[in-house]
Ligand binder design. Structure first.
Ligand code: PGA
Length: 253
């Protein structure tokens, strides 16, 4: 089964509108002609519309970093799925560990967000990952299984097929400590096996699982050489066109 590699940038709380447009202009130029890889950028909410407009007609997709599950109404500070579609988004990151850690995200709220995204035709990038403490206590697989089962509760195969998974060990995010390709592959394989049990082996084979956590131009090739690693969710290194371009063009490094 060959899965199209997918490289996505998670810009987190960085970039003004002008800075965001400037970065995607550079990426449009530096990534022109790249084939055999899907690419998306994930600007903050305020820059989404301008970035989507700048990328119109380009193969680079746009991901929001979160969404709320309600359609509209009295939910001060929240952004609905339809608003993200209106801004031009293709993807939405759901369940990022920073949202779980700092903003009270749970498997149940992740599940609600995933369902809302899918109903509105947004493709979720669904993040799972263990903390250092959980890894040290040898709970990695149990935590991942709980996050998968809770996050994907009541999602059928035909909906799930639009989801992209991202395995992001919390201890590797923004720390410069990447999981070794073997450590990452072990969890990716586990995720695919669980998905085969929850859905079918055909579905599990088709789903892309990105790795995230201190991905750089230096380590991307080793990660991408693993059979179950299908792309990367890139934080820090996606903020500069040079490093993100090298990651997207990993085959040419
Ligand atoms: P990082 O972030 O690449 O800066 O470690 C990855 C992420 O949180 O998605």
């Amino acid at each position: 089964m060959s899965r199209l590699p997918f490289m996505a940038g998670n810009w987190k709380m960085n970039k003004t509108i002008d800075e965001a447009v400037d970065l995607v202009r550079q990426l449009k130029a530096s990534l022109s002609g790249v084939t055999g890889v899907e690419v998306a950028v994930g600007p903050p909410f305020t820059a989404l519309h301008a970035v989507c407009r700048e990328l119109q007609g380009s193969p680079i997709g746009v991901a929001a970093q979160n969404l709320f599950w309600e359609e509209k109404g009295a939910f001060t500070g929240e952004v609905s799925p339809a608003m993200l579609k209106d801004a031009g988004c293709d993807y939405v990151i759901v369940g990022h560990s920073e949202r779980r850690q700092y903003f009270g995200e749970t498997d149940e709220t992740v599940n609600r967000r995933l369902k809302a995204a899918l109903v509105h035709g947004l493709k979720p990038i669904f993040c799972v990952g263990e903390t250092l403490r959980e890894r040290d206590e040898e709970k990695t697989f149990a935590v991942i299984q709980r996050q998968l089962e809770g996050g994907l509760k009541d999602l059928e195969s035909k909906e799930f097929i639009s989801v992209v998974l991202a395995y992001e060990p919390v201890w590797a995010i923004g720390t410069g400590k990447t999981a070794t390709p073997e450590q990452a592959e072990e969890v990716h394989r586990f995720i695919r096996e669980r998905l085969a049990k929850m859905y079918s082996s055909d579905v599990a084979d088709a789903i892309r699982i990105q790795y995230g956590g201190s991905v750089t131009p230096e380590n991307v090739r080793g990660l991408m050489a693993q059979p179950d690693i299908d792309g990367a969710l890139v934080g820090g290194a996606s903020l500069k066109s040079d490093s993100f371009t090298k990651i997207v063009r990993f085959k040419e490094i």
